[in-house]
Design a protein around this ligand. Structure first.
Ligand SMILES: NC(=O)c1ccc[n+]([C@@H]2O[C@H](COP(=O)([O-])OP(=O)(O)OC[C@H]3O[C@@H](n4cnc5c(N)ncnc54)[C@H](OP(=O)(O)O)[C@@H]3O)[C@@H](O)[C@H]2O)c1
Length: 285
């Protein structure tokens, strides 16, 4: 039986494929899927099977899932279309009786996070599907802050609307390891796992960390939503993208990403990647 990784052409999916290979999984039993042909060719170079998977094209799902024992559904990135797309993936997994693992968002079923509704809808579909499934409610990627870190090191300032809200981020590699462990161990069937970094941090801590690594003072400039939207538009974002980014910061200020209970570290058998280590990686220090 194969393990199908959807979204394998993306950052997280590729790392999951690498983690499966690192754990000795026979490459011929891994099916790496996505639409980007160049990325699929890169994955094929690892010896894994590849498949064109388009969540909007059920025939591609049927072909890729033939013989699948497990499917990792990595949530799509086309916000607004994802509930329908994910339903197609769940339906295709049900047709072959595969177990499904889904990457969701923190407390998706109850959270006011602006990104939660499509994840809540997908979790609801899974609940009614009759499938054996596991939900990985991944908190933020620390990588989301790569540009903030570089800009802070260059300008000495962080502009944010997150107030004193904390973020329980972890790196994509941490989450990818947990996905590989869950896919291979079979120990988490039926569970909804809240996954995040061991040490939630706020922007003052990020500024202090960048300051220590870059060797220059870094100050935090807190803004309200309107000022934030205007500033983001000044950086070149359009109205929608600026509004969305500002709303996410407001969600963080409200504490919606602050919780972590150590589940991710327990699953991967090591502490999650510290913020200091990631900042050092970005700034080469
Ligand atoms: N927790 C966080 O902080 C955070 C941040 C950003 C995103 N996310 C979520 O986590 C997911 C994985 O993150 P990532 O960094 O790996 O994102 P990414 O690099 O943008 O990769 C997204 C993957 O989803 C695939 N995909 C999107 N729409 C698809 C469709 N209609 N049919 C088939 N495949 C589709 C893409 O395939 P192709 O490129 O081949 O089309 C790609 O492989 C994202 O898609 C998003 O839902 C979470």
């Amino acid at each position: 039986m194969s393990i199908v990784i959807t979204g394998a052409t993306g950052h997280l999916g590729r790392l999951v494929v690498e983690q499966l290979l690192a754990r000795g999984v026979d490459p011929s039993t891994i099916v790496a899927g996505g639409r980007n042909e160049e990325a699929l060719a890169g994955l094929a170079a690892h010896g894994v099977r590849t498949a064109r998977i388009d969540y909007a094209d059920p025939a591609t799902l049927e072909d890729a899932f033939a013989g699948a024992g497990k499917v990792l559904l990595i949530s799509g990135n086309e916000v607004g279309k994802r509930s329908v797309q994910h339903k197609a993936v769940i339906d295709a997994a049900r047709r072959v009786g595969a177990e499904l693992v889904y990457t969701s968002a923190p407390r998706a079923s109850t959270s006011a996070l602006v990104l939660a509704p499509e994840h809540k809808a997908t979790e609801g579909l899974l609940e009614g599907s009759g499938l054996t499934y596991t939900v990985l409610r991944n908190n933020w990627y620390t990588e989301n802050y790569a540009d903030t870190i570089r800009r802070a090191a260059a300008t000495g300032e962080i502009l944010t609307g997150t107030g004193s809200g904390r973020v329980a981020s972890a790196t994509r590699r941490d989450y990818a390891e947990s996905a590989a462990v869950v896919l291979l161990s079979g120990e988490h069937a039926g569970e909804i796992l809240e996954l995040g970094g061991d040490e939630p941090w706020d922007m003052d801590e990020l500024a202090a960390t960048v300051s220590a690594v870059a060797g220059r003072p870094v100050t935090v400039h807190q803004v309200g939503t309107d000022e934030h939207v205007a500033a983001l538009k000044g950086f070149g974002l359009d109205e929608d993208a600026a509004g969305f980014a500002a709303a996410l910061d407001a969600n963080i200020a409200d504490g919606l990403l602050a919780e972590s209970d150590g589940t991710l570290a327990r699953i991967i058998g090591r502490p999650t990647t510290p913020l200091r280590e990631y900042v050092g990686e970005v700034l080469g220090g």
